[in-house]
Design a protein around this ligand. Structure first.
Ligand SMILES: NC(=O)c1ccc[n+]([C@@H]2O[C@H](COP(=O)([O-])OP(=O)(O)OC[C@H]3O[C@@H](n4cnc5c(N)ncnc54)[C@H](O)[C@@H]3O)[C@@H](O)[C@H]2O)c1
Length: 315
């Protein structure tokens, strides 16, 4: 297949493109290399993709219709992963989220309609569950209680995709990713921040007094679910992609300390606005309809990340 991946220089986009290229698909990667975090990391990811047969990079923005039209030309699937992905940053810069996540997704959807693209798979987020305290979270739960502007933009994407499916028949699959971690990970996320601080002898900020629980999902599992969604190409579905397990934040930190061979100095801090205390996915729908089987435990995934970090940053 010929697949357009937006956000291909990003953490999940890079890993997804890698797997698709390795199995022989053609991948068009579209990314604007925005400076939300160090663009050098994005360049380094893309440099790896450019070494592979079948990869074409387009440097450009999903909010620009001409770029989107060119990138989408003749593709069998669009996988929209481009977005501003930080929950906390969305509190201070809501306008950037409206532009990139909502306007950008609109351009993708509307161009997909125009070009009659056979399938659109897009990243939503566990953030849509917001204040829903039913656990584990299921796709059929109400998701009207967003606690962060970021989650609001993802819920908006789901509504737009639904409307375009109903009005124009575009096949759309939304993927609600639960806290993804792994090699080549994002510098604004907990695993990266904690590893970086511990290895460089700086204290770590532990929010929610360490009493938070998260469904941490290894990136290889997320990619397997994403690729299955691209292949199945259902008419209209939403899937949770998580690990289906819940980890205590303090156990997560202890696993990082073990992998780093050092204990962290911890600043215990209150909850931050927009954060949820706990997340846990029910992945039975993805198991049944996508053959999704998350395999990687944090005891295996965290050491892989720390090894990558040490190699990449030469420490
Ligand atoms: N990582 C997670 O834990 C997680 C959890 C839930 C949902 N998601 C979603 O998954 C997707 C991928 O996340 P990620 O962790 O790989 O983030 P990321 O920031 O590493 O990747 C996103 C990429 O999109 C690009 N981008 C952003 N706006 C763009 C625009 N207007 N035009 C072109 N490119 C643009 C960025 O430069 C970046 O390379 C996002 O939609 C995110 O919201 C991620």
């Amino acid at each position: 297949m010929k697949i357009l991946i937006t956000g291909a220089a990003g953490f999940i986009g890079f890993h997804t493109a890698n797997v698709l290229l390795d199995r022989g698909d053609e991948v068009i990667g579209l990314d604007n290399f925005n400076p939300y975090y160090d663009p050098k990391l994005k360049e380094a990811r893309v440099a790896q993709l450019e070494d592979k047969k079948g990869f074409t990079l387009i440097r450009g923005d999903i909010t620009d219709r001409e770029t989107v039209a060119k990138a989408m030309n003749g593709v069998d699937r669009v996988c929209n992963l481009a977005a501003l992905a930080g929950v906390r940053y969305s509190m201070e810069h809501p306008e950037e989220y409206i532009l990139n996540n909502i306007q950008g997704f609109f351009e993708i959807l509307d161009e997909a309609k125009k070009q009659e693209i056979p399938g659109l798979i897009y990243a939503s987020s566990s953030s849509v569950y917001g204040g829903n305290d039913k656990s584990p979270a299921q796709e059929t739960d109400r998701v009207d209680d967003q606690l962060a502007l970021y989650g609001m933009t993802k819920k908006d994407n789901e509504l737009m995709a639904h409307t375009y499916n109903k009005l124009f028949g575009i096949p759309v699959t939304g993927l609600r990713f639960f806290t993804v971690y792994g090699t080549w990970g994002r510098p604004d996320m907990a695993l990266f921040l904690f590893t970086d601080a511990i290895l460089n002898d700086r204290p770590i900020n532990v929010f929610g007094e360490g009493k938070m629980q998260r469904d941490f999902t290894y990136v290889d599992d997320i990619v397997a679910g994403t690729v299955a969604a691209i292949d199945k190409n259902y008419d209209e579905e939403i899937f949770n992609l998580g690990s289906g397990r819940q980890e205590e934040l303090m156990d997560f930190i202890a696993t990082i300390e073990k992998a780093c061979g050092k204990e962290a100095e911890k600043n215990m801090m209150p909850m931050q606005p927009g954060d949820v205390r706990a997340s846990l996915s029910d992945v039975s729908k993805a198991k049944e309809m996508l053959g999704y089987e998350p395999k990687t435990m944090i005891s295996e995934g965290i050491p892989k990340f720390v090894e990558w970090y040490k190699g990449y940053y030469k420490c």
